[in-house]
Design a protein around this ligand. Sequence first.
Ligand SMILES: NC(=O)c1ccc[n+]([C@@H]2O[C@H](COP(=O)([O-])OP(=O)(O)OC[C@H]3O[C@@H](n4cnc5c(N)ncnc54)[C@H](O)[C@@H]3O)[C@@H](O)[C@H]2O)c1
Length: 151
Amino acid sequence: MRYVVTGAAGFIGSHLAEELLAAGHDVVGVDSFTDYYERSRKERNAASLDVLEADLAVAPLEPILAGADGVFHLAGQPGVRASWGETFQLYLDRNVRATQRVFEAAAAAVWLHGAAAGRVGPGLISEDIPEALPGVLRDLFDPSRLSALSL
Ligand SMILES: NC(=O)c1ccc[n+]([C@@H]2O[C@H](COP(=O)([O-])OP(=O)(O)OC[C@H]3O[C@@H](n4cnc5c(N)ncnc54)[C@H](O)[C@@H]3O)[C@@H](O)[C@H]2O)c1
């Protein structure tokens, strides 16, 4: 299988990518190497991986997702205190905008997401259960209201 792992230079994404490779899968890693913590740590995380440097909030995603069997979306901007004030827009871009773009680009072909798993069971949701997708997408594609509720 061929998987896209976003946030592949991050803590969770890099470990997941390594496990997928060890299990014999192809992995396309994507990360923008944000400065939330030192770039050198992310480069070490990604040392054994092939990580494409791209910002998911703006980069064309179709070429990245082409041919993927599944997407693990682990890119994000951690931290709670810093998420307000001057850096609010940055959190919106990295957590909301990037996620919306990844989900929208991935929805055409594959879906792998915790909320979806809660609804239809764990694992890859693909063309074998097309009837589940509309409901899952409806649940997940109300991001502005969900975001507002969490403020
Ligand atoms: N580590 C934990 O204990 C934990 C707990 C709960 C939730 N989470 C969440 O899981 C996700 C991954 O956590 P982590 O610990 O691996 O964080 P991390 O900061 O180590 O990794 C996230 C990676 O995403 C990348 N990234 C951010 N915005 C991006 C963008 N727009 N385009 C491309 N790459 C981008 C960053 O450069 C970083 O390498 C985060 O959303 C985090 O909030 C983590």
